[in-house]
Design a protein around this ligand. Structure first.
Ligand code: ATP
Ligand code: MG
Length: 310
């Protein structure tokens, strides 16, 4: 079974409030309240489990008990290792009206306690001894350095293990030299290179430059258009099986989970890319990030067209 270690540096407890309608400046009674452990690496771990892998979640957590984020991981039934770091784990609130209109309130991460980066490196180094592949996903809270995702990928390489670094901004800028597989979406790639690649061949050209800078491979996700993979030996475009009208949040996390399962062995890139595109479309079908429709994935996986880019 493929053991996937996922690292979520800026976790959150995701709350959902159902309301009849959100009226700005008025008191609104909340109907149902739901909460779920969130953060991109948690979504990756949930999808890895659905795909038959064995995930472990590493994340900074609360310094004191009770920690509702930890309780949320328990409810998801995911194995985890939390590094004490925050007074409390941040929350996000999705206020959902009866008509489906959703307003998101996103707390910033609380500052991580001194020594958290080193404690995470120690925890990851230990967990890597029982892992086949590492995935580091998402943003960083105040107090953790932008170089941390790249440092964790370098640690994985020292253990002879592949890694995926799915980050943005300065953390993405620091990532190529770690040798990790990078999985930016179109916006993250544009921000990194300073302009929006208008064509598929421009996307591939930017991917090749990141490979020259040290990246092991680059998978650029293009939303409903599919994804491009660039490796030292070739480049491919996989078209989405179908444009799904659903919830695209977490689609990139599902793609990263599928890729992680392939990275553990010798990678057949066209097959891995097709799987990432099928798995992420199967995630868009489900209303909750971290879940996928396995039957849709199985149906779509063999129907995806993968085009070699020259
Ligand atoms: N509407 C859609 N229909 C079918 N497939 C989709 C759709 N949206 C996204 N996908 C698939 O999901 C993959 C990842 O999507 P996207 O590029 O939006 O990732 P992302 O922005 O990183 O998402 P997130 O960070 O929220 O997880 C795409 O490469 C594509 O294969
Ligand atoms: Mg993403």
């Amino acid at each position: 079974m493929t053991r996937v270690l996922t690292v979520t540096l800026n976790p959150a407890l995701d709350l959902t409030y159902d309301v009849p309608a959100l009226l700005v400046g008025r008191s609104v009674r909340v109907g149902a309240v739901r909460s779920r452990a969130g953060g991109k690496g948690v979504n990756v771990a949930s999808v890895v489990r659905a795909l038959g892998g064995e995930p472990v979640v590493v994340a900074p957590g609360a310094l004191t008990a009770p920690d509702p984020f930890r309780d949320g991981l328990d409810r998801l039934g995911l194995p985890y290792r939390l590094v004490p770091a925050f007074e409390s784990v941040r929350q996000t609130v999705a206020v959902v009206g009866a008509d489906g209109a959703t307003t998101m309130l996103l707390e910033p991460g609380r500052p991580a306690a001194e020594g958290t980066a080193e404690a995470i490196e120690t925890a990851v180094a230990d967990e890597l001894t029982r892992a086949d592949v590492l995935v580091v996903s998402g943003s960083l809270p105040p107090g953790l350095p932008h170089s941390l995702p790249a440092r964790l990928a370098t640690l994985a390489a020292a253990h002879g293990l592949p890694s995926i670094v799915d980050v943005s901004g300065p953390a993405l800028h620091a990532a190529p030299e770690s040798g990790a597989v990078l999985t930016p979406n179109a916006d993250e790639l544009s921000e990194l290179v300073g302009s929006r690649p208008e064509t598929i061949s421009a996307v591939a050209a930017h991917g090749r430059r990141l490979i020259e800078a040290g990246a092991g491979a680059v998978v650029v996700t293009l939303g409903e258009k599919g994804a491009v993979a660039v490796t030292p030996t070739g480049a491919w475009l996989a078209h989405a099986a179908r444009v799904v009208d659903g919830n695209p949040t977490g689609a990139g996390d599902a793609a990263a989970a599928a890729l992680a399962m392939h990275l553990a062995d010798k990678v057949d890139w066209p097959a891995a890319l097709a799987d990432a595109v099928a798995t992420s479309a199967a995630c868009v079908l489900r209303p909750v990030a971290g879940e996928i429709d396995l039957q849709a994935r199985a149906r779509w996986r063999d129907t995806i067209t993968v085009e070699e880019l020259t």
